[in-house]
Design a protein around this ligand. Structure first.
Ligand code: AMP
Length: 167
C-alpha cells in the first residue's frame, strides 16, 4: 500500500504505507508512539467515536482482525501474551475520537507491575493530549514534530513486515 491512499483515524490521515491489514470494515496500522515493541492499533474503517456506535458486523470484523493481528505480533515480537485494550471515551483516556483496539505483545517482566501497562498507554495519551492542547487555536498538531521517536519510514518498514506475515 502506498501513501497516495490515506485512511482516516479520527482527524489524522494514516498513510497507506502504515496500514498492514485491511478487511471490508476494519484496518490494522502501526502506532506513532508504541508503548512496547509491536504495539499496534485496529480500527473500524468508518470514523466512529465510541464502541457502542459500531454495528454488529463492525464489532465482529474488528475483533476477528484483532485476534489475527494479536497472534501475529505476539509471535513476531517473541512475546508470550497480549494486552488488548480500548479506551472508550475521553474519561477512559481516549485521545483520538475514533474507536481503536490497542494490541500490545507482552513479555515476562516487561513492566515492574503488570497493570502498569495501562498507565503507560494512558501516559502516552496524556502527553499527546498536552501537545495537541498546546497548539495555537485553529492549527493542526504537527505529527512530524511530535513523533520524536519514530520516523515515517520506520513505521512503514514495520507495517511492511507485518503485512507480509499476515498475507
Ligand atoms: P488513545 O489514547 O487510546 O486514544 O490512543 C491513541 C493511540 O493512537 C496512541 O497509541 C497513539 O500513539 C496513537 N496515534 C495517535 N496518532 C497517530 C497516528 N497519526 N498514527 C498512528 N498512531 C497514532
Amino acid at each position: 500500500m502506498d501513501d497516495s491512499v490515506k485512511y482516516g483515524f479520527g482527524p489524522h490521515p494514516i498513510p497507506g504505507s502504515h496500514v498492514f491489514a485491511l478487511t471490508p470494515l476494519s484496518m490494522g496500522f502501526v502506532n506513532l508512539k508504541p508503548v512496547v515493541p509491536g504495539h499496534v492499533l485496529v480500527s473500524p474503517l468508518r470514523n466512529v467515536k465510541r464502541f457502542a456506535d459500531l454495528t454488529a458486523a463492525e464489532v465482529a470484523d474488528l475483533w476477528l482482525l484483532a485476534q489475527r493481528i494479536g497472534a501475529t505480533v505476539e509471535r513476531h515480537y517473541g512475546a508470550a501474551s497480549l494486552t488488548l485494550a480500548i479506551q472508550d471515551g475521553p474519561f477512559a483516556g481516549q485521545t483520538v475520537p475514533h474507536v481503536h483496539i490497542h494490541i500490545l505483545p507482552r513479555k515476562a517482566g516487561d513492566f515492574p507491575k503488570n497493570d502498569e501497562v495501562y498507565d503507560a498507554i494512558d501516559r502516552e495519551s496524556v502527553q499527546y493530549k498536552a501537545a495537541a492542547a498546546a497548539q495555537p487555536a485553529g492549527e493542526k498538531l504537527d505529527l512530524d514534530k511530535e513523533r520524536r521517536v519514530r520516523s515515517h519510514d520506520d513505521m512503514a518498514a514495520e507495517a511492511a513486515e507485518l503485512r507480509a506475515l499476515l498475507q
